[in-house]
Design a binder for this molecule. Sequence first.
Ligand code: NI
Length: 204
Amino acid sequence: MRSSQSGQANNLAQGKVVDERTGAYHSEMDFKLDEAIPVLERTPVVLSALLDDLPEDWTRVDEGRDTWSAREVVAHLIHGERTDWIPRARIILKQESYRRFDPFDRFAELKSERPLRDLLAEFDELRSGNVATLRGWNMKEKDMELTGEHPEFGAVTMRQLLATWVVHDLSHIAQITRTMARAYTSAVGPWTAYFRVLQRDVTQ
Ligand code: NI
């Protein structure tokens, strides 16, 4: 059964997807650009609301060796705006004979000591520009099937790249909130047992 919200058809097209191993299910959505963009444009707002002007320790705690603090995640997101999503989408859209992406350096520019407010402002500005570029391309459904070549995965579609951009945002927001929650692992005392996020083996 389809329900509608503010005149738009519901897009829970795939219905429930069952994990055969555990029997658990979740529902999924088909990728639609006009549903993806509103998430992409909210991420800087979400991060600024969460992090700007917070007592600094919250933004510097991490989850241990080789893990990232909130500051480092924001620096990583800035790097993605400059070098990953839109540059790769542009390579796909041009459909020239050489369509291989440059590898994305996940560890570039992480250690910036600039004020977090500057990092958040830069991320906001870059993302606004990139969303404007994405909208300006005015891509159609058929453009979503165009492909580029990922250095590890081989052929990937525009649809997959843009869906990955959204999931990348959401997973880093989850990472930041998880890292912050874990800073109080000892502080909550016995309540630790109630929170999956405080169990050290939970990484997502
Ligand atoms: Ni990432």
